[in-house]
Design a protein around this ligand. Structure first.
Ligand SMILES: N[C@@H](CCC(=O)N[C@@H](CS)C(=O)NCC(=O)O)C(=O)O
Length: 215
């Protein structure tokens, strides 16, 4: 398998965690989205999303991190990241979609670049935008996690084992930290995040451990 990824991309990071949790090795290809490598015609041909990550498995190429994690669960079922048990599965997807559909898109690179380059907002205004949407999103995630802790217990988002929800949460929190967002109001998020920091798969997937790492 081949993984097309950018070190700082939180969506790539989700897939790197998933691969590491399953003990899978994929050949790493850095795609520098800061210089626009995601728009190169050959890349867009393979990944019409024009974004990272992309997984290539044999002659099958696939974009969208959650679709990739679902593919990995189908092709390498153990350990499962999208739980089989109905309620846990629904909760894991609920939180994953909240992060992937509500938090991430408004703070994606192309959105921030549009704010700055076309709408001419200042870097300070861009940071206010970022922090506003992250705070709103993390507050909802905190509520979802608090309910899940009552339902399932355990140190991870959905109980005793990491799931797709942890693959989504941890990169989003690291991004928030990197952008000076205050994490104090989210004790459950911080607890899950701290728990993940010492897990070998989560460590292996960290941005600074990737071959294309840049500051
Ligand atoms: N929903 C997609 C989002 C992918 C995405 O937007 N990735 C970002 C990096 S985190 C990207 O490639 N951005 C390039 C750009 O904004 O031009 C997924 O989950 O894979």
């Amino acid at each position: 398998m081949d993984l097309y990824s950018f070190c700082h991309s939180s969506t790539s990071y989700r897939v790197r965690i998933a691969l590491a949790l399953k003990g899978l090795d994929a050949t790493y290809h850095g795609v520098n989205i800061r210089t626009g490598a995601q728009y190169e015609p050959a890349y867009v041909d393979a990944n019409p999303n024009a974004s990272v990550p992309m997984l290539v498995d044999g002659d099958f190429s696939l974009g969208q991190s959650l679709a990739i994690i679902d593919w990995l669960d189908a092709t390498h079922p153990e350990p499962r990241l999208i739980p089989l048990e109905r309620q846990r599965r629904a909760r894991a997807l609920e939180l994953s979609y909240q992060i992937a559909c509500d938090i991430h898109p408004v703070n994606n690179l192309r959105v921030l670049k549009y704010l700055q380059d076309v709408l001419k907002v200042t870097p300070e205004q861009k940071d206010v935008w970022y922090q506003h949407w992250v705070a709103a999103g993390l507050l909802a995630a905190e509520r979802l996690l608090t309910r899940a802790a009552r339902e399932f217990g355990g140190p991870w988002c959905m109980g005793e084992a990491p799931t797709v929800a942890d693959c989504c949460l941890v990169p989003q929190v690291l991004n928030a930290e990197r952008n000076q967002c205050d994490l104090a109001p989210y004790p459950r998020i911080r607890a899950v995040y701290e728990h993940s920091r010492v897990h070998p798969a989560f460590i292996r997937a960290e941005p600074q451990r990737q071959p294309d790492y840049i500051v």
